[in-house]
Design a protein around this ligand. Sequence first.
Ligand SMILES: *Cc1c(COP(=O)(O)O)cnc(C)c1O
Length: 501
Amino acid sequence: MSDGERIAPAQLGLGDMDPEEFRSAAHRVADRVADYLGELERYRVLPDLEPGEIRALLPQAPPQSPEPLDDILDDYARIIEPNVTQWQHPGFMAYFTSMACGPGILGEWLAASLNSNVMFWKNAPASTELEERVVEWLRAMLGLPDAFDGMFTDTASVSSLLAIVAARHAVPGLEATDRGLGGRAGVARLRLYCSTEAHFSIEKAAVVSGIGRSGVRRVEVDEDYRMRPDRLTAAVAEDRAEGWLPFCVVGTLGTTSSTSIDPAAALAAICEREGLWLHLDAAYGGTAALVPEMRSLLAGWERADSIVVNPHKWMWTPFDASLLLFRRPEVFREVFSLVPEYVRASATDAAHNYNEYGIQMGRRFRALKIWMMIRYFGAEGMARRVREHVRLAGRFAAWIDEDPDWERLAPVPLSTICFRYRPRSLAGRSHEADVARLLDTWNQAILEAVNASGQIYLSGTRLRDRYAIRVALGNLRTEMTHLERCWELLRAASQALDSRA
Ligand SMILES: *Cc1c(COP(=O)(O)O)cnc(C)c1O
């Protein structure tokens, strides 16, 4: 067949793909995806690539005339699919899990076909009301009170930014929303508090919202990497005495490095006493609350002014979906509801006009994929899966603890383990600094060796200036066998070091 024959008639006209052609192509894409998900493990989780290799396979200039769909799909299968880092792979244990479950992928596909832009009710009635319902469902599934309203955003970074801007707006007499912060005599510098372990998105939010990086005060953590409430209290008092204007505390429930959980109840008590906005970044850790017996880890989080939990992390939702919950929706509306006439004409108070609560006017229809996922698994089914990940993490932690040549570097409250290789043979060595450097080098080498296997992908972090390897669980496809494989690879890499030493 010549290329000319493989070009569909619709490609030569003025309109879109023909529905029947779409149907047959869609069946092929469905088969491709099912094969991909079924045979993920034939791919390296971390592809072996140098920067620029993929660009070199892609033509420099765009095609001027139509190309056969077969060729496009073939190139996808040949160039793209094998050469992404496989976030869906059961051996992906780096960072935090961010996998897309089957019902979520289907929901994403349906949402793409509707292309419903959830800016305000009139333009998106069913999608707006489904978002309202799904936010209520998740709130209930997390055990949080009805007092929280909320919405979906793209990422935790943006959810936290919106919360911090709302917190800034809520400072009495500041009028930052209307008057800005610069060039105003008699206005104190705003101060925001988070722990030394908080995610860098909080600092970015401070940059964007005019607080500035120096307006962020990092509060010390305890031996388990949790924010110390006594240090927070002292910092607020010290800042007030020096003329700062404290306005917001950001606690982290499940820090990125060690998954430590700041004491939410103690932070809430301080914020209530000091008149500060409490925002809780539970992007990863909040999902633990799907399991009723784990909620005590987060006790007190229900007293926050705002909370972020990412369904696109440990809740298996295709990227992106971040849940932002807040107690005072009116504060968000006061900041973000700059509604022009053509939008106001269709506004109604009986339903959310979601563009009035955040930066974006146009918004993706994220609720559909989450609704499909919750219905497919059921709330109990989701809790069962989270519980299993915590169980697997406990098993892995026990292997580390039982092996005298390895040591755990942080508690494991959730599904992530931080540890390092530290052979017994080093015990008697004097020069502490040399040993510390040696351990860092060895553990980095172990991590690289495991990642080079293509079967398992791990990340590293620094905890108290010690290099730590991280195993983060939460992928629905990860089973005990993958965990065993990971442990085997780690030990084999450490033995290879020993034989070189
Ligand atoms: C992953 C993570 C973030 C950033 O999440 P995005 O959705 O990628 O912006 C922020 N905070 C914590 C604690 C995280 O784990």
